[in-house]
Design a protein around this ligand. Structure first.
Ligand SMILES: Cc1cc2nc3c(=O)[nH]c(=O)nc-3n(C[C@H](O)[C@H](O)[C@H](O)COP(=O)(O)OP(=O)(O)OC[C@H]3O[C@@H](n4cnc5c(N)ncnc54)[C@H](O)[C@@H]3O)c2cc1C
Length: 220
């Protein structure tokens, strides 16, 4: 498959800088028909590729923003940390995550930092007026306040993540869920694969039907 090229327009770092918003210009990418959240397979090292979710896209200018977690040690994380305005990025292609916002239903998003771009993409597709709630777990206390400042008005709570591999806070959030109030809702789960499986199981136990849960593991 032929690789395509894009350019970094700007990088905004959160404080501490283990979360990065990366604005890209992807001239070969036709975004006009996106109807589900997408992921782009970027070259992050020699023979090494990782998927990241475009959010805030503008089909006319062919620009979008990635939100990349760079706290851990890995080729994708190092790539995200290294990017600066003016750099070239290369990617293999764009594919659908097959998650699209259910029309006319409340949407509940549950995930970790790596899923913020994905949730923003679903919000963009859902359009204004969509009823969105849910929670995102974040490791850094300051990221929680930035999350609150940047993403106002979409009903998503930020919760403290006390362990990178155990989302007890999201499990508690589900335990406290009044399922009668959410019986029409569709749940979108994304992030650490093992926890996504656990959260799906908890929702099933709560009585949420499998058809109302869309789950996607992002990392292992
Ligand atoms: C459809 C899809 C969309 C995705 N979209 C995004 C996105 O928008 N933003 C984003 O940041 N990631 C996203 N990811 C995850 C991304 O593709 C990489 O898997 C992730 O960045 C880890 O890659 P790595 O090379 O840095 O680490 P790896 O080499 O895969 O792993 C190295 C170590 O770091 C740990 N690790 C990996 N990720 C995390 C994390 N987030 N927190 C804590 N520990 C971690 C691993 O368990 C492992 O021990 C997406 C994945 C998929 C499948």
């Amino acid at each position: 498959m032929k690789r395509k090229i894009g350019r970094v327009l700007a990088v905004r770092t959160w404080e501490p800088d283990t979360m990065r918003e990366i604005d890209l210009h992807l001239p070969d990418c036709d975004m006009s028909r996106w109807q589900s959240a997408q992921h782009i397979k970027f070259k992050v090292g020699n023979f090494t590729y990782r998927d990241y979710t475009p959010s805030g896209w503008d089909a006319e200018t062919r620009t979008c923003t990635l939100i990349v977690v760079t706290a851990h040690s890995g080729p994708g994380s190092r790539w995200g940390r290294s990017l600066q305005a003016g750099d070239t990025v290369s990617y293999l292609g764009v594919d659908s995550s097959h998650q699209q916002p259910a029309s006319g239903r409340p949407l509940v998003f549950l995930g970790d930092e790596s899923a913020i771009g994905h949730f923003l993409a679903l919000q963009q597709l859902a359009g204004t007026g969509a009823e969105i709630s849910g929670a995102v777990v974040l490791s850094e206390e300051h990221h929680r306040s930035e999350f609150g400042q940047y993403f106002t008005g979409w009903g998503l709570q930020s919760l403290r993540k006390s362990s990178s591999r155990d989302y007890a806070e999201l499990e508690e959030w589900i335990a406290g869920l009044g399922i009668e109030m959410h019986k029409d809702a569709v749940f979108y789960l994304a992030g650490y694969s093992r926890e996504v499986v656990r959260l799906r199981r908890l929702l099933r136990r709560k009585g949420v039907s499998p058809g109302h849960v869309r789950a996607q593991g992002f990392w292992n």
